[in-house]
Design a protein around this ligand. Structure first.
Ligand code: ADP
Ligand code: MG
Length: 382
């Protein structure tokens, strides 16, 4: 047994995906001891974090054993049962976000109810229990109707854009509780990342544009190009207000639609978010450091950008599992591009890493990020 006892605070992260993995880097600099709860020793964060515990996040006993000795507990994903989080808080653990906030990132219907109540802009929506409900929703709001799994969806899995009763029937065939939303004919998707600490300090990163393909985020442009400063300020105000009203502690990402004549909130995430990976090199304080500061109730860091334009491109797995052999070209071609690899098995369409480029000119920076991402994943030269 080692006689070492941690000098800095211990932060426990439930879940061991790439978000926990990327949190290790600022934890090193801050002298924060990171502990993760992994399902298996092979997971992305488990491979880089010394204090990895293996257990089941759905099991309260495992969560309690994991939490013992942690100064703060937080999450890499949104799947921990709400009642288990409440039980940990009742035990006296410092859990961020708490159950009452996190439920709004777990349950899209609860989120819509609350956002509607606090006056945040939302599409028309309703809980639906069968195709008849969808038909009456469509009579009031028109087709298409967007059906969504109330819980458990991600990367567009659990979202069905329905243009007919037959489409709605196909969505119900998934056998999970659904809600309906009016289809928002948006021009583009935006995201606002804010942090809020338990003592109530809040900061907002610049509003970004997220580019999605088949429901998966492929590219993030910071700041959102050509966004009217008034609208940007409004987006940040909405996100900070949501964080405050919901009592969020830690990070909150608010996904929004830019309709060309206003903003509509899409959904919430309460953890580091794909729309904030650019902050590792592109902001004075990365989202991962910011989340650690917030859950430890430390003063928050500057969200200011380190360059006028930052572009992040996701690496989505292709057919060839050997990405590393292509590092040489990417690094030689553009010494300014930064590559992040999550140590995950390559599977087609899976997010396995990302690249970031910084500069002054959007088109040039975007082309650099794209070149690196496409070459790394496919070997094609763009
Ligand atoms: N009401 C809507 N109108 C139009 N498109 C939508 C609507 N809701 C979701 N989408 C599209 O589906 C994507 C995924 O939906 P979202 O609720 O964010 O689910 P996920 O949890 O999978 O990210 C969104 O990024 C957007 O492109
Ligand atoms: Mg989403």
């Amino acid at each position: 047994m080692s006689s070492y006892s941690p000098i800095g605070p211990v932060v426990g992260v439930v879940g061991a995906g790439q978000l926990a993995r990327m949190t290790q880097q600022p934890a090193i600099a801050l002298g924060v001891e990171l502990r993760v709860l992994a399902n298996t020793a092979d997971e992305s964060a488990a491979r880089v974090i010394v204090d990895t515990r293996i257990g089941d996040y759905r099991d309260l006993g495992d969560l309690r054993a994991f939490a013992k000795g942690c100064d703060a507990i937080t999450f890499d994903h949104e799947h921990v049962p709400t009642e288990h989080i409440s039980a940990l808080v009742a035990d006296g653990f410092s859990v961020h976000p708490g159950a009452e906030a996190l439920v709004h990132a777990q349950d899209k219907a609860v989120m819509r109810e609350r956002l509607t109540a606090i006056g945040a802009p939302c599409p028309a929506w309703a809980r639906v229990s069968g195709v008849e409900d969808v038909t009456s929703f469509a009579e009031a709001h028109g087709w298409p109707v967007v059906l969504k799994a109330i819980r458990g969806g991600y990367d567009g899995r659990g979202v069905w854009v329905c243009r007919s009763v037959a489409d709605a029937e196909a969505a119900f065939a998934a056998g999970v509780p659904l809600m309906a939303e009016a289809f928002v004919p948006f021009e583009r998707e935006l995201a606002v990342l804010v942090a809020r600490s338990p003592h109530g300090q809040g900061v907002s990163y610049p509003v970004v544009e997220t580019v999605q393909q088949d429901g998966i985020c492929v590219e993030v442009l910071a700041p959102a190009p050509g966004l009217d400063p008034e609208e940007a300020a409004q987006a940040q105000r909405i996100a900070l207000q949501v964080a405050d009203e919901l009592g969020v502690t830690g990070l909150l990402a608010v996904e929004m639609f830019d309709t060309g004549h206003g903003l509509v909130v899409n959904e919430l995430a309460m953890r580091p978010h794909n729309s904030g990976h650019w902050t590792i090199e592109g902001a004075r304080t990365s989202q991962f450091e910011q989340h650690l500061r917030a859950v430890l109730d430390l003063p928050l860091g500057s969200p200011a950008m380190t360059a006028p334009v930052v572009v992040m491109a996701n690496l989505l797995g292709g057919d060839d599992p050997d990405l590393f052999k292509r590092y040489e070209h990417v690094m030689a071609h553009d010494p300014g591009v930064k590559v992040h690899f999550y140590g995950k098995q390559v599977r087609p369409g899976r997010k396995i890493g990302h690249v970031t480029a910084l500069g002054d000119d959007l088109d040039a920076v975007r082309a650099r990020a794209r070149h690196a991402a496409v070459y790394l994943t496919t070997g094609e030269y763009t």
